[in-house]
Ligand binder design. Structure first.
Ligand code: MGD
Ligand code: MGD
Ligand code: SF4
Ligand code: MO
Length: 693
């Protein structure tokens, strides 16, 4: 007789920062996850997971998982630890915090988190509640998409996009500064199908990415010049009378003023700025204006430039000029995250909390720790769902800050990251297989529920459970700091549904039972902006944005060279290269970049150089090179390739510093300057020198 324990099948969701939010299945036998794979029936996941997450059990059961709380037992960063109990750890943290609050006020405590998981509970609720109750410093979470979100809010009023499948209706797809083959791979099969039936695909990216390889046309502008390119396309479209004037009259606020602005960008001027030949600009403008439906598909990578906000505004104007918003297969493919905005009051209970005295930009963590944040100075940092030493800009300065003897740093993590190395206390975190959550994807229009599949490994605790422990030890008695996980999710879901038609009929019970629940659309709301009502002050697409004018910002999109590029040009530093550090194929930011099998696939951290730039520096393919500027340096392997044009270098983000030669990654060079809108990060407005090591 067989004594094999039965297998149970547990429904989950991929928690990583990726638009696809795949529906997953875990087979559990005897409390142990034995298989992990994709849901077949899901309209987007379609039975496959990406190369990064397929080996998820390797991550969950990794011998490197943090399993117990640790206290630093040597110098900061020396890697000496002693195991402590949760009781001791929480006791020590809250004792230190009480002292800091008494001396400096709670604003001296800075929580730091971003996108380790995208769940409602483990991220959104956790980000909002304890810290607000405490009166800690707020964190301006502008590392990823603040500029594009601000641009969309100003121009369209909402982040609405269609399902990937709708691309089959597109006659033309402009994939602009976006690399879905790596960063949102479930779009690609839909794009392939469309291409087979005649859709023309153009990729606009300085680098020949995996996505660009299979396009019908690849256009390579100089980095950060896309605002000029977009305005140049508009110039041609207006000048040749190819714009949709009735549409603009009815739905485009300030379109004549946009036309005047665009007139400043004739093809020859744009060619000089972008490096794209004038004929190519004219041909693309004609194609975009005359092939319908025309979809502009983009994401957030392109706006990580100092002029990224205005660049994104310029992109958002294009579909309006050719009357493509509200058209199935046309308009904008950006993000679906605007259909569900979680109810703010239910999320944070901020009305019952003290005011947040100040907010610190997450893009300036190093500067903030080193003195930019005054009154009070930051005396304690609590990091979770983030790895700032690996992922945030100007990492050398962050490390300097983390070395401060008077800074009390706590890191809640699954692994001993480059950041956890500098902690005073490390707390072990659960993975997605060990906790519950609800996910609102940014690339498709379903909600995804994640059931825990296994018990937490070792003494790992979820973010929510740590919140509750800390709240109790701080003596905060508000019931919303002590709810069960399900109660917390239910409260926010129910409050959000009360005012949101897209959540009609979506209850926690349905989510728990069905796992994947599509948002509720009507025939009128199904196509993004299908009713041609835009939730902006004018009710139209705000090509000219009054709200931006009122804030002293340029109300029309414009092109401006990033200061770092201009400075290098003016100083005659022709040997500098514009370095772009977008997504790596096998990691999600720095997540997964410690998994041996994925590191092997990605290879040694590299920088791509054009044959001309390599030759000019005496660099051969495979050479070790130093990439450097005034902020810092790192050592990489040179890949000499015509995938990048002269003047541009590409070094993907994500590699852990401690697994890199010299103990540094590309973020030792990236700028912590802020962009033109919303305090956005500016990773790609980065001038570097490259030389043989
Ligand atoms: N495999 C993988 N997937 C990921 C991630 C990852 O790290 N790895 N990260 C996730 C996250 S956090 C995000 S925000 C999304 C981002 O998703 P994407 O925006 O698609 O990814 P990025 O690689 O950041 O940027 C896209 C492209 O922008 C190009 N680019 C940079 N500067 C310019 C420019 O000035 N002009 C133009 N035209 N193009 C430019 C880069 O070369 C890059 O190919 O991906 C998510 N998915
Ligand atoms: N050079 C360069 N750098 C970049 C970018 C770029 O374009 N160029 N892009 C930026 C972008 S778009 C983004 S979004 C940021 C992302 O930056 P981060 O938000 O710092 O993301 P990760 O580096 O992936 O680190 C997330 C960490 O969270 C941990 N984690 C996962 N789940 C949990 C959990 O449930 N609880 C806890 N406590 N921890 C958990 C993971 O183990 C991981 O170490 O990176 C930025 N970095
Ligand atoms: S990272 Fe993206 S593509 Fe990969 S499994 Fe997760 S959601 Fe799916
Ligand atoms: Mo991101």
């Amino acid at each position: 007789m067989s004594t094999e324990p039965a297998v149970t099948l547990v429904r989950g969701a991929c928690p990583h920062d990726c638009p696809d939010t795949c529906a997953t299945l875990t087979e559990v036998r005897d409390g142990h996850a034995v298989r992990f794979y994709a849901e077949r029936e899901h309209s987007v996941t379609q039975g496959w997971l990406c190369a990064k997450v397929r080996p998820y059990l390797e991550r969950v059961y990794s011998p490197d998982r943090l399993l117990y709380p640790l206290r630093r037992a040597g110098a900061k960063g020396a890697g000496q630890w002693e195991r402590v109990s949760w009781e001791e750890a929480i006791g020590e943290i809250t004792a230190r915090w009480r002292g800091i609050i008494a001396e400096h006020g709670a604003a001296a405590i800075l929580p730091y988190s971003y996108s380790g998981t995208l769940g409602l509970l483990q991220t959104a609720i956790v980000d909002a509640r304890l810290w607000t109750r405490m009166g800690a410093s707020g964190l301006e979470r502008a590392i990823c998409c603040a500029g594009s979100h601000a641009a969309v809010a100003a121009t369209l009023g909402a982040r609405h996009s269609a399902d990937y499948a709708d691309v089959r209706h597109s006659g033309l797809v402009l994939i602009w500064g976006h690399n879905p083959a790596s960063t949102g791979p479930h779009f690609m099969p839909f794009l392939r199908e469309a291409q087979k039936s005649g859709t023309y695909v153009v990729v606009i990216d300085p680098r020949r990415t995996v996505t660009a390889r299979s396009a019908d046309e690849h256009i390579q502008p100089r980095p950060a010049t896309d605002g000029a390119l977009a305005l140049g396309l508009m110039q041609v479209i207006f000048a040749e009378g190819l714009h949709d004037e009735p549409w603009l009259e009815a739905h485009g606020h300030g379109w004549r003023r946009l036309r005047e602005r665009a007139a400043e960008y004739p093809p020859e001027r744009v060619a000089a700025i972008t490096g794209v030949p004038a004929e190519t600009i004219v041909a693309l403008a004609r194609r975009y204006a005359t092939t319908k439906p025309a979809l502009l598909k983009t994401s957030d990578g392109i706006q990580r430039h100092q002029n990224g906000g205005q660049t994104f505004r310029a992109l958002l104007c294009l579909p309006a000029v050719v009357g493509q918003y509200g058209v199935r297969g046309g308009g904008l493919g950006y993000a679906t995250s605007g259909y569900v905005i979680w109810d703010g009051a239910a999320l944070s209970h901020a009305a019952e909390c003290p005011p947040t005295l100040r907010t610190v930009s997450m893009n300036r963590l190093g500067a903030a720790l080193m003195g930019e944040a005054q009154e009070p100075p930051i005396k304690s940092l609590f990091v979770y769902c983030a790895n700032p030493v690996g992922s945030s800009p100007n990492a050398g300065l962050i490390v300097e800050g983390l070395r401060r003897e008077d800074l009390f740093t706590v890191v809640h993590e699954q692994f001993m990251t480059d950041t956890a190395d500098y902690a005073d206390i490390v707390l072990p975190a659960t993975t997605q297989l060990e906790h519950v959550d609800l996910h609102r994807p940014y690339g498709h229009r379903n909600l995804q529920y994640n059931h825990p599949a296994i018990a937490p490994r070792g003494e790992c605790k979820s973010n929510w459970d740590v919140t509750r422990l800390l709240a109790a030890a701080m003596g905060y008695e508000e019931p919303w700091l002590h709810e069960s996980a399900e109660e917390a999710i239910r409260g926010v879901l129910d409050a959000s549904r009360a005012t949101n038609p897209y959540l009609e009929g979506i209850t926690l019970e349905r989510l728990r039972a069905e796992g994947t629940v599509p948002l509720h659309f009507t025939p009128e709301s199904e196509v993004p902006f299908g009713d041609l009502r835009f939730p902006t002050p004018s009710g139209k697409v705000e090509l000219y944005c009054e709200a931006m004018a009122a804030r002293g910002l340029d109300p029309l999109p414009h092109y401006e060279e990033p200061a770092e590029y201009a400075a290098a040009r003016e100083r005659g530093e022709g040997d500098r290269l514009a370095l772009i550090s977008g997504a790596s194929h096998h990691f999600v930011s720095s997540s997964m970049a410690n998994q041996p099998s994925l590191r092997a696939k990605e290879g040694e951290p590299f920088v791509e150089l054009s044959p001309a730039d390599a030759a000019a520096r005496g660099i051969a393919d495979g050479d070790r090179v130093v990439v450097e500027n005034g902020r810092g340096w790192c050592e990489l392997r040179a890949v000499v390739t015509d995938d990048v044009p002269p003047g541009v270098a590409v070094a993907p983000k994500g590699s852990w510093a401690k697994y890199s030669r010299g103990g540094r990654n590309i973020n030792w060079t990236t700028p912590d300057a802020l962009a033109d809108l919303a305090g956005q990060s500016t990773y790609h407005s980065n001038m570097v020198r490259v030389r043989r090591a």
